[in-house]
Design a protein around this ligand. Structure first.
Ligand SMILES: C[S@@+](CC[C@H](N)C(=O)[O-])C[C@H]1O[C@@H](n2cnc3c(N)ncnc32)[C@H](O)[C@@H]1O
Length: 283
């Protein structure tokens, strides 16, 4: 709790200790990699600020949600489930007319944000605070659409359950990162812990995982880079703050921030791969 917070004064976003001393005097992690990453998704207004920052610094100005939405035949979609729904980012981009919208997330604090987005678009909105993978309490063949945006790498073992709850002909839509997103950072640092999380389900290996359960699998790439110019040091610092839990098991976020701000100053421009892939699967 003592570590210094850079960039904003908000109490709840301070760095927290991630190591402790064991009785034998050696250091051990207090939180797992997953715990650390998940913690970073609990703050709604900071998440929104970063969403806007990402939009401004994206080379590709097309919203990835619009790309994903264009791949779904919405005519038959009345009941939808969102796995790892966060605060309802995907639902914010949807039109109205759904009968049921179920959001599932392991962070209870995401419930309020999700429900307000889901209530706008669906007659009935529900939030389930679950740690996936686990059984989802609905009958088989129930949902017309199941989505997972930037979350499948946390729980790839949910795929058989996702298939069970999807009706025949229903769609599973997954937006996920490319493992290449770490390449620029890896010029300076070793991100092997983070790479392990992303590699659970990435643009590169997702199809292999999906084909274990589904035959109708296709994918569309969404190419993007985040670009920071010399005057964008504040924005880059904020972006690293946002990623701090993601990177803190590999290296101190403060070290990353100092190094990347130095590189920005020296090079005048920094570009980070933010390529995604959208998988469209039919049961
Ligand atoms: C990167 S965020 C994406 C949130 C949202 N889908 C979006 O695109 O904004 C990943 C989400 O997955 C949730 N999550 C991570 N692990 C989970 C698990 N094992 N079970 C349920 N939710 C999980 C996190 O709490 C977080 O809200």
């Amino acid at each position: 709790m003592n570590a210094k917070w850079y960039g904003t004064e908000r109490e709840e976003l301070r760095f927290r200790p991630i190591f402790e001393f064991t009785n034998q005097g050696s250091l051990r992690y207090i939180w797992s990699m997953k715990d650390l990453v998940i913690k970073s998704y609990g703050d709604l207004s900071f998440h929104r600020t970063i969403g806007e920052l990402i939009r401004i610094h994206s080379e590709n100005q097309e919203d990835v949600r619009e790309v994903a939405k264009g791949l779904v035949d919405w005519a038959g979609v009345r009941k939808m489930a969102d796995l790892g729904c966060g605060y309802g980012w995907f639902e914010e981009a949807l039109g109205t007319g759904f009968d049921l919208m179920l959001g599932i997330d392991c962070l209870a604090s995401n419930g309020t944000g999700f429900l307000s987005a889901a209530q706008r678009v669906a007659k009935t909105a529900r939030f389930a605070n679950l740690q996936l993978p686990c059984p989802i309490d609905v009958e088989s063949n129930y949902f017309d659409l199941v989505i997972a945006a930037y979350s499948m790498y946390f729980f790839p073992d949910i795929l058989p359950e996702a298939k069970r709850i999807l009706r025949p002909g229903g769609t599973l839509l997954i937006i996920t990162h490319s493992a290449g997103m770490l390449e620029e950072g890896e010029e300076f640092f070793d991100f092997s812990n983070l790479r392990e999380v992303i590699n659970n389900f990435s643009a590169e290996n997702g199809e292999r995982a999906l084909r274990q359960y589904f035959t109708d699998v296709s994918a569309v790439d969404y190419h993007n880079s985040l670009v920071f110019n010399k005057d964008d040091g504040d924005a880059l610092a904020k972006y690293i703050d946002f990623k701090r839990e993601f990177i803190s098991k590999d290296i101190s976020p403060i070290v990353v921030k100092v190094k990347l701000l130095y590189e920005l100053e020296t090079r005048g421009i920094m570009r980070f791969n933010k390529n995604d892939r959208v998988f469209v699967v039919h049961k």
